[in-house]
Design a binder for this molecule. Structure first.
Ligand code: NAP
Length: 223
């Protein structure tokens, strides 16, 4: 049994994650932190081995640092913050590990990979990302990561990102590539937050055994 605490446990992603952990035979939900529940990360960590963070761009870094200093591995799904300060608290012998995934949905990971492969073969590209209107960060972490991967693949500039925020949406992204007389669209649509759960549980199961840390991107566990 891997003991898991969840930060942001009353939020949209955190609540879905708690349900998924409770439904897994090899995982035990040992703590829930969320202002809505009146619980803080310090209380929720208890004897957890892994903390999963789905909170806000303002709080994710402090939560992760707190867990690492308590010897707890961290899986971060929160987007829109700079994770650079985590490097000093992970990666050395005996330190706990960090896995950061801008998107835990396998389809989104494949979309990023296909966009990275296509980018060097087409003249120009732009990214349109569409999310629900309560999302705090723009551009999305997935779009920012896609642009970064595409720029690395081409050796050029990151493609521009357009952000749409509307009620009724969950998470969608289209990468549009254009060249003489043709366009290519690579699109991923999330219709339910359950799409993220196989990736979250995989990360929880594997974070303790990473050979380096921090690791950014679920693709490192999949391919
Ligand atoms: P949400 O519904 O607003 O949930 C965030 C929850 O965290 C809220 O209940 C919030 O409480 C709570 N919180 C705030 N500060 C906290 C702290 N210090 N400790 C513990 N809990 C705290 O947001 P969401 O839609 O679940 O999204 C959460 C994050 O996940 C966002 O950054 C989003 O972009 C990201 N996300 C990632 C993926 C992925 O695959 N990686 C997929 C979807 C979303 P209050 O409301 O009281 O502040």
């Amino acid at each position: 049994m891997i003991r898991v605490a969840v930060a942001g446990a009353a939020g949209r992603m955190g609540a879905t994650t708690c349900e998924a952990i409770e439904g897994a035979d090899d995982l035990q939900l040992t703590g829930r932190a969320d202002p809505l529940l009146g619980t803080e990360v310090a209380d929720a960590l208890g004897d957890a081995e892994v903390l999963v963070d789905f909170t806000t761009p303002e709080t994710a870094l402090a939560n992760a640092l707190q867990a690492l200093r308590a010897g707890v591995h961290v899986v971060i799904g929160t987007t829109g913050f700079d994770p650079a300060p985590l490097a000093a608290e992970t990666g050395a012998q005996g330190q706990p590990n960090v896995l950061i995934a801008p998107n835990f949905a396998i389809g989104a990971v494949l979309m990023m990979r296909f966009a990275e492969q296509a980018a060097p073969h087409m003249a120009k590209a732009e990214i349109i990302e569409l999310h629900h209107d309560r999302k705090l960060d723009a551009p999305s972490g997935t779009a920012a990561r896609t642009a970064e991967l595409m720029a690395k693949a081409t050796g050029g500039e990151e493609p521009p990102i357009h952000s749409v925020r509307l009620p009724g949406l969950v998470a969608n992204q289209e990468v549009l590539l254009g060249d003489l007389g043709q366009t290519l669209s690579i699109r991923h649509d999330t219709t339910s937050r359950e799409s993220f759960m196989p990736g979250v549980l995989l990360a929880v199961r594997r974070v303790g055994a990473l050979e380096r840390s921090p690791v950014v991107g679920l693709e490192h566990l999949l391919f």
